[in-house]
Structures are given as C-alpha cells and as structure tokens.
Design a protein. Structure first.
Length: 459
C-alpha cells in the first residue's frame, strides 16, 4: 500500500468512526505530557545546536529538533507512554535516555554527553521527578497498575479521585461520590481523553443502572487536579478528573479479568438482624468481567484497541410491606357473603393469596394500635378493628433485584506524520435494571390495602 493510499484509507476510517460515535463531546482538559531538558558536555557547559531525537517505544514514531542557544530542547503534546530521547553531536558519543510521559506533566530529562566517537551510544534510564516544579497545580496521577491495584468495590472509575488531596468521600445523602476542598460534588469535572464526560442532567460523573462508572480496564492513566489549574481545565470550580485510555502499539497485547462476590461470602445485614422478628439473610450475587485487546494495523502507523466490560448483579431491596391481617381477610370474605356480593369473593381471595404468598409474609406482625390505629384508617372502631384487632400486618421484605449493564469502547491511533496524529474513538454503554420477579412486581402494586368496593370490607 503506497503512502498516499494509506493516508486516504486512514482518513476514511477515522471519518467513519467519528460518524458512528453517538455522543457529542467537547475538549475540556489535557491528555498529553511533555519532555524537556538541557544538553550539556562533561563539564556541565550547555551545548547549542545539538540534534535531539524522540522516539515512541510503544508506537515507533519519531520526531527531531535541535537545542537552542541555552542548550535546551522541548517536545510537547506527547501521548502518555514510554519514549527514548537521544542526542547526537560531532565529537561526542550518542546519549540515549529512556523516559516515561504522564498526563499533564513535564518530564525533565537532562542529557549529559561524553566525549568520544559518534558510533558509541551511552544509555541512561530516566525517572519521573517526585516534585513537579513546572506547574503550581495540585495534581495526583495514577498509571494503569495503580488504577487496577487500588481496592475498589465494583471497579467504579470515579473511586480513584478519593485518593487525591482534599477529597472527602460522600457517606451521606446528596449528589456525587466525593467533594474536593469543600466544593460541592456537582462542581467536579470528569473528562475522557480530554472530552466532557459529565452526566448532562445532574452534572455528576456518568454512570449506568448500577451507579458505577465502568471503564476501569481501559484506563492507561488518570489524573485528579484539585486546585491551581490553568485555563485548559475550563468548566467547574471543583476537582478535574481526567482519564486517558489505553491504545494499541506495535505489539499485540490484551488482558481478561473476572470478579465475583455473593451471599456465601457475606454476613447478614446488621439492620436485618435487629428487626422484630429478625429478617433472614438475603441473597446477593455479583458477577463482573473485563477484557481488552490491542495491537498494530500497520506497524509504526496505525493501531487499534478495544475494551469490553460488564456486570450482572442481584442485590436485595429492603422495604417495609403492609398486608391485610388474617382477621381482616376473614371478616371481609364473610361480609361479602352477608351483603349478597358472593360473586366478588374469588377476586378478593386471589388478591389475598398474592399477599399471603409474598416472601416474608409469615413474619408479619400486627400494626400497633393508637396513632396507627392498627392500620385500619377510617374503619377503626368497626367490629373491634383498630382497637383490639389489627387490620394489617407489616414486615421487612428483602427481595432480590437484577441489574446488568456493559460498556464497549474502541480507539484507533493513526500517525499521519511523525508530528501529526489522529485518535478517533467509540464508546457504547448499555444498561438495564429489573426489579425482582414478575410476581413481586404484581405484589408491589398491591402493597397497600385498597379501598373496599361497595361495603365489601368487614362491618
């Protein structure tokens, strides 16, 4: 494939991917880093006009420049990843340094050249500085290993923000998972590859039916900028949480993971044990999985990466259920026969059977008299109901509710030239929440005692 045909193919592919993307987003934050430094000789004197070459270890693309009069060089707008910086000059050995680039950070990489022939290479391993001196931002950056190793129930992607300085977990009611330096959670900004990723209705992080932000497995780096950020982080006054996704490279790579948790590993809820009578241990089952795969389409030029994540969860939903007491049911059926409405008895029997067969109905206790009136309402005082006989029983029900969702994400990286890249991507989220079973849904609609038809109730 010729160079012109390859460029045309990559352009058409990128446009097709962009048309398939279903959500419009707008640039909000940084997705790149920088490498800069100074080239010096063995005495520490700066060396101007030295050729400095930068090569991506992962994707193979290169770019070159020369040092200025002060011996300084700078490579900006670099995708997070691993790079090799080399310096060449007549009368000096070639110096090569390995360096990693993080989102929003400047990797200071000084190059000290040694006297010798140009055919000799000196290799040095660089390390990221512990203190970032090129910026006043309060920022926390986590790489892939840190993101995936963090103890994180449900693999909620927003959970990593709680490790940043100034973050306070929301353990009460209200919106959002965390606040930053006392600023409301609705003032936090979430971005994915620099694009706006907030919920458009509540101004919080996007989430599905489980209220979890999926995508943990596709993250290469995540940064939380809490204060002192520059104009590139526009939008809100709280923390800016930026995620940069993994990409393909010249080597095929991938992973697969599975997590499970269930009632066999969990004790009964404290509140269930302290009801009267005690609510039995409920059933819960959580299955979560993730898989990714990426690699080259054309070496050093085009790459792909796909990630799939999902979960299927059954969790108990606890609520107080009110049902007609056995005495009220018997009195109602007897009264129907007395007033000549026997044709309605099968209807009421079917309705009572639904209540009586509901999980937990056998644990029902009479509603107290007094202000509650035994649950009798305007029937209180009729035939002893509401004074000595309760019209209704109540109990704690904990029926399992099924929820499942998945996230499918893809990304293409295209090196149009050594200095120009195109990064189209696709993200698809699907979700569904199912509350318990069909019988439970019918029962829920009848959870309150209905008004009796034409004197059908007792008395």
């Amino acid at each position: 494939m010729t160079s012109k045909r390859f460029m045309l193919f990559t352009f058409v592919l990128a446009m097709a991917v962009c048309l398939l993307a279903s959500t419009a987003t707008f640039a909000q934050s940084s997705t790149t880093g920088e490498i800069s430094g100074t080239v010096t000789d063995p005495s520490g004197a700066v060396l101007p006009n030295v050729t400095v070459t930068l090569k991506s270890t992962d994707k193979g693309n290169t770019q070159a420049g020369t040092t200025n009069a002060q011996g300084a060089y700078r490579f900006a707008l670099l995708s997070p990843g691993n790079y090799t910086v080399s310096a060449e000059a007549p009368g000096f050995k070639t110096t090569s340094v390995s360096q990693s680039v993080s989102v929003g950070a400047v990797a200071i990489t000084p190059l000290k050249m040694e006297l010798g022939t140009a055919g000799t290479t000196v290799e040095v391993s660089g390390e990221a500085p512990l203190l970032q001196t090129d910026s006043s931002e309060i920022s926390t950056t986590m790489n892939t290993l840190a993101v995936q190793s963090l103890p994180n129930p449900g693999n909620d992607l927003s959970f990593i923000a709680q490790t940043a300085p100034g973050s306070v977990m929301n353990t009460q009611s209200g919106y959002g998972n965390f606040s930053s330096y006392g600023i409301s959670a609705t003032s936090n900004l979430f971005t994915m590859n620099g694009m706006y990723d907030n919920d458009p209705f509540l101004n919080l992080n996007n989430s599905g039916a489980t209220n979890l932000l999926l995508g943990n497995n596709e993250i290469q780096e995540a940064s939380v900028t809490s204060n002192g950020y520059s104009g590139e982080y526009g939008g809100f006054a709280g923390a800016t949480v930026n995620y940069v996704t993994k990409s393909g490279g010249n080597q095929f790579h991938g992973n697969a993971a599975y997590w499970w948790n269930g009632s066999a590993m969990n004790a009964n809820d404290w509140f269930h044990n302290n009801t009267t009578p005690a609510t039995p241990k409920t059933f819960d089952n959580a299955n979560q999985w993730a898989a990714s795969f990426g690699g080259p389409i054309k070496k050093n030029r085009a790459f792909f990466f796909f990630n799939y994540e999902g979960l299927r969860v059954v969790v108990p939903v606890t609520q107080t259920v009110t049902a007609p007491s056995p005495a009220f049911q018997a009195a109602t059926l007897a009264n129907l026969a007395t007033i000549g409405q026997s044709a309605q008895i099968p209807y009421y029997q079917n309705m009572f059977n639904i209540w009586n067969a509901a999980p937990g109905a056998s644990r029902g206790t009479p509603i107290p008299f007094g202000a509650a009136g035994g649950g009798c309402g305007d029937l209180a005082g009729t035939g002893g109901f509401g004074t000595s006989i309760a019209c209704a029983n109540s109990y704690q029900s904990a029926v399992g509710a099924l929820t499942h969702e998945f996230l499918l994400a893809g990304r293409f990286d295209i090196n149009i030239t050594n200095k120009r890249q195109l990064l189209p991507g696709i993200r698809k989220r699907a979700e569904r929440a199912i509350i318990a079973s069909q019988r439970t849904r019918r029962f829920a609609r009848l959870a309150q005692i209905p008004r009796c038809a034409k004197n059908a109730c007792a008395g």
